[in-house]
Design a protein around this ligand. Structure first.
Ligand code: ZN
Ligand code: ZN
Ligand code: ZN
Length: 140
């Protein structure tokens, strides 16, 4: 368990009300370097909180710039902690994600930006997700 006071400070910094479930979910993200699916969080948190409460927590974390969605090849939506700089309704997570074929985890590669795309002029750009695959540094 990370320092609860530190976790609460992060919540306050993102204008998220401090509750037990929010501190617990944030702690789970802080302890891991890879993206987590709802089911994994539910499993890690145990029986203390139901799935709807966890779902709402993830939703508010995403809205407040604490976590962002990670689309990988696992078939379930995952979330990862944002680096400092994301705020309420204002994400800057323009990095690629890396999915490891050995451990199955998906990591944020914050230092690798998504290269600019040249779309045909009749298409309006909104967002792009880029997933690289291979073997992560822990599995090599
Ligand atoms: Zn973000
Ligand atoms: Zn790996
Ligand atoms: Zn990411």
């Amino acid at each position: 368990m990370s320092n609860t006071h530190h976790l609460e400070q992060i919540l306050v910094g993102h204008h998220v009300r401090r509750t037990k479930v929010r501190v617990a979910v944030l702690d789970i993200f802080m302890q891991r370097s890879y993206a987590l699916a709802h089911a994994e969080i539910e499993h890690l948190i145990g029986k203390a909180f139901d799935r709807v409460t966890i779902y709402r927590t993830l939703k508010s974390f995403e809205e407040q710039g604490l976590i962002h969605r990670v689309i990988d090849d696992s078939g379930s939506m995952k979330y990862a902690l944002c680096q400092a700089g994301c705020a309420e309704h204002n994400h800057h997570d323009q990095h690629i994600h890396f999915s490891c074929v050995k451990c199955g985890h998906t990591f944020c590669l914050d230092s690798v930006p998504i290269p600019p795309l040249q779309l045909p002029p009749e298409y309006e750009f909104q967002k792009v997700d880029l997933l690289a695959q291979g073997i992560c540094k822990n599995c090599r």
